[in-house]
Design a binder for this molecule. Structure first.
Ligand SMILES: Nc1nc2c(ncn2[C@@H]2O[C@H](COP(=O)(O)OP(=O)(O)OP(=O)(O)O)[C@@H](O)[C@H]2O)c(=O)[nH]1
Ligand SMILES: [Mg+2]
Length: 314
């Protein structure tokens, strides 16, 4: 599989800084939390590239994705996970939750993301899943939205007593506020060992994956509340011709009425979905894209294990 690489200059400078540290640390950190707290926004901020899709709607992330961050002292592979969902279930939700628990079993550090000054029953259920043997850091996100900063100290105190994490760092993944402080805390809890990934590797996913994900993001961002959950994207063709990538994608929806909504009047909505996804792909790959998108009705795909595997759900 071809994984996505950093450009040469960024890789060289990462390599130069990485070799300076006396005691180098490296490992994996899981980013977990209930849906919509800002896990994927945090991953993108840490990596400095948009690799994980985000939206105002909960349950945007469906696939585990790893983003690798190199600093002078450490290499940290962050694993973004789907928001953990309690209650009701279909095959898709089961797979998403299993991907969270599997990730928790594999990492050196856990970053539990919560929304600053809030701790809900759903947060509590995620906290109960956390392994006892692994250091847990809490990122209290969206501090830019806090009406009163004075809310923060009592909140941190209460959380510290309740969950006894190794640290609580108030951050804003959106503005970048204190994300560096969080990163330094995480580094300090990684095992001392050489880097696990080559310095030019940015993620564990290939270009096909991002093509499908960026299309799905536009569906989440541009369509009404119900429809995004009933849509999946597959890549039929991904061909390189010189510097041009030619991509054929299919959006699978549950019902014929959904198909009409995705396509829109005179195909307008589908055009907007495709062109904004193409711009994201061009920004990430640094080359031109020719993208064609079709819409197909596939009833019950979210409850069909074979279909889910076809769409890349593990
Ligand atoms: N104001 C503010 N909004 C944020 C911040 N971080 C994330 N958001 C917004 O919160 C919403 C959810 O962000 P995501 O990163 O998609 O959240 P997530 O936890 O990955 O969500 P799921 O994948 O659905 O579990 C988006 O609209 C983000 O723009 C922040 O620091 N401040
Ligand atoms: Mg997410």
């Amino acid at each position: 599989m071809t994984v996505l690489r950093r450009n040469e200059r960024a890789a060289e400078s990462a390599h130069a800084t990485m070799s300076q540290a006396a005691e180098f640390r490296a490992g994996h950190a899981a980013i977990v939390g209930r849906p919509n707290v800002g896990k994927s926004t945090l991953l993108n901020r840490l990596v400095g590239q948009k690799i994980s899709i985000t939206s105002r709607k909960p349950q945007t992330t469906r696939h585990r994705i790893c983003g690798i961050v190199n600093t002078p002292r450490a290499q940290c592979a962050f694993v973004d996970t789907p928001g953990f969902q309690s209650g009701g279930s279909n095959a898709l939700r089961g797979m998403m939750n299993r991907s969270v628990t599997r990730t928790l079993a594999e990492v050196d550090v856990v970053v539990l993301v919560v929304v600053a000054a809030r701790f809900t029953a759903e947060d509590e259920r995620v906290a109960e899943l956390l392994p006892k043997a692994v250091p847990v850091l809490i990122a209290a996100n969206k501090v830019d939205r806090l009406a009163r900063r004075s809310q923060l100290l009592p909140y941190i105190d209460a959380l510290q007593r309740r969950l006894t994490p190794h640290a609580i760092v108030p951050i804003s993944a959106q503005t970048g506020h204190q994300v560096d402080t969080l990163l330094r805390e995480i580094e300090a809890h990684l095992p001392a060992q050489p880097p696990l990934y080559p310095p030019d590797q940015m993620t564990d996913r290939d270009e096909r994956f991002f093509a499908a994900e960026f299309i799905r993001e536009k569906i989440f961002r541009l369509l009404g509340d119900e429809l995004p959950y009933a849509a999946a994207v597959s890549i039929e063709r991904f061909a390189h011709k010189g510097k041009l990538r030619s991509i054929h994608a299919t959006i699978h929806v549950d019902k014929p009425s959904h198909k009409a909504i995705v396509i829109g009047q005179g195909g307008e909505r589908l055009k907007v979905i495709a062109s904004s996804a193409r711009k994201d792909m061009e920004a990430l790959y640094g080359d031109k894209i020719f993208l064609q998108v079709w819409v197909k009705v596939r009833r019950g795909w979210a409850d069909d294990a074979a279909q889910l595997r076809r769409f890349g759900y593990e």
